[in-house]
Design a protein around this ligand. Structure first.
Ligand SMILES: Cc1cc2nc3c(=O)[nH]c(=O)nc-3n(C[C@H](O)[C@H](O)[C@H](O)COP(=O)(O)OP(=O)(O)OC[C@H]3O[C@@H](n4cnc5c(N)ncnc54)[C@H](O)[C@@H]3O)c2cc1C
Length: 389
């Protein structure tokens, strides 16, 4: 049985970055990934938005953490980030926030916001859209991110075992180490990190450990060729049952997300357990693109001229307590059911820095990233004076 100081289950963005971080503390680290390659699942199938706070007017904490992490991600992975487009946020008249509230919120979190020029406003139906703003948001290229992480892992001497599936984790005989049962063998580790995102509870269940309260959504993400006026634009209409279309740099296309139609179905693990992998494999994947585009074209009529290419499908896993405010905190549980087993759930890409900072503090493990947290002052976050509300 091969033995490592630390084994990370899951070679998505989080598992790879956590492995790099752990390599600072441990001499032998391995990433075990079920798929034939790294970053092929949720780290590839997503809207590629590098969040900068704008998306979260109902969750100040998530907005502020995004503000802090956006410059860190863009600095560290600048060559994997696409910035050559203009990002518009439009406030629907039936939005949960008004344009004035949104502007004030952006001011408070120090996020730059400008009134959109007339040629951009002209793309929207003004009877449904109250206001249109230009914001600073970008998109990451998951293929470039994969190549970059592979190179970093190789340089750091992290062993990557692709095409290897972990079935269960158990405490070793010494009561400290952990044994991993693979589909075709075994490994032993001083520490194990469960970074499997939608499969987090599957591993826990197969190991006879307590499940975490998670919500799973089967998501359809259409890819399209945008009509020429939208080629260099990303559009997000908030806040409620609205939509977003953004460049998807990994394919040179645009992705589409519609709050009502993207999730085909969902369930909560604490109400009924289902294996997300079985679910995505067996689901009848009948595209809802026609419904999405019909609704979206009411707001941005030119989108009717988009060309549908295909839909990508993936499970989205979130913490159900953020249903109302749409917040996206991280989850990090150490010693979850077994000594030295840590569970990590990132929720969105830029949250990696919150994971690493938390690992630093709670596990006493040195952080990998040199991208230090910028101060509130540097970010322009509004700090109320005494008596101001
Ligand atoms: C439709 C959609 C849109 C999204 N949009 C955005 C967005 O615009 N911006 C943003 O920041 N975030 C977005 N997210 C969230 C983001 O995708 C995730 O937070 C992030 O990718 C999670 O990374 P991860 O490494 O934890 O998961 P993954 O990339 O899924 O990695 C987990 C890995 O674990 C592996 N694995 C599972 N079980 C086993 C096993 N038993 N043995 C070995 N390996 C195993 C899987 O094969 C997988 O590669 C979106 C998510 C979805 C689904």
């Amino acid at each position: 049985m091969r033995s490592f100081d630390a084994v990370i289950i899951g070679g998505g963005f989080f598992g790879c970055y956590v492995a790099l971080s752990l390599r600072r503390a441990f001499s032998s680290v391995a990433v075990v990934e079920r798929e034939p390659d790294l970053l092929t699942r949720a780290s590839y199938v997503n809207q590629a938005r590098v969040h900068n706070g704008y998306h979260y007017p109902r969750s100040l904490m998530t907005a502020l953490r995004s503000r802090v992490n956006f410059p860190r991600f863009c600095e560290e992975f600048g060559d994997c980030v696409e910035t050559g487009f203009t990002k518009l946020y439009a406030i629907a008249r039936e939005s949960k926030v008004t344009a004035m509230q949104f502007e004030r919120f952006c001011h408070n979190i120090g996020a730059r916001i400008d009134s959109a020029p007339p040629r951009c406003r002209a793309l929207f139906d003004s009877t449904l859209i109250e206001e249109v703003f230009v914001v600073r948001e970008c998109a990451f290229n998951a293929v470039k991110l994969r190549a970059r992480l592979k190179a970093l892992l190789t340089d750091a001497g992290v062993e990557v075992l692709c095409g290897t599936s972990v079935r269960r984790v158990a405490q070793g005989n010494d009561g400290d180490s952990l044994d991993l049962e693979l589909v075709d063998g075994r490994l032993s580790a001083g520490h194990v990190f469960n970074c499997t995102y939608s499969q987090t509870n599957t591993i826990l269940r197969q190991s006879g450990l307590p499940l975490l309260p998670l919500k799973h959504e089967l998501c359809e993400q259409p890819l399209l060729v945008p009509p020429p006026p939208l080629a260099k634009l990303g559009v997000t209409v908030i806040d409620g049952p609205f939509f977003s279309t953004m460049p998807f740099p990994a394919r040179g296309l645009h992705s589409l997300h519609h709050v009502r139609y993207t999730p085909h179905h969902f369930w909560l693990d604490q109400e009924e357990y289902r294996d997300p992998e079985d679910n995505i494999r067996s689901a009848r994947k009948r595209s809802r693109y026609p419904y999405m585009i019909r609704d979206i074209a009411r707001f941005v009529p030119v989108l009717e001229r988009a060309t549908y290419v295909e839909s990508l499908w993936e499970m989205k896993t979130v913490l159900p307590q953020n249903e109302i405010d749409d917040g996206r905190p991280i989850l990090l549980r150490r010693d979850h059911g077994l000594r030295n087993l840590t569970v990590v759930l990132g929720a969105k890409i830029d949250n990696i820095y919150d994971v690493i900072d938390t690992m630093d503090k709670t596990l006493g493990l040195p952080g990998y990233s040199r991208q230090r947290e910028p101060s509130a002052e540097a970010l322009g976050v509004h700090q109320p004076r005494q008596g101001e509300n």
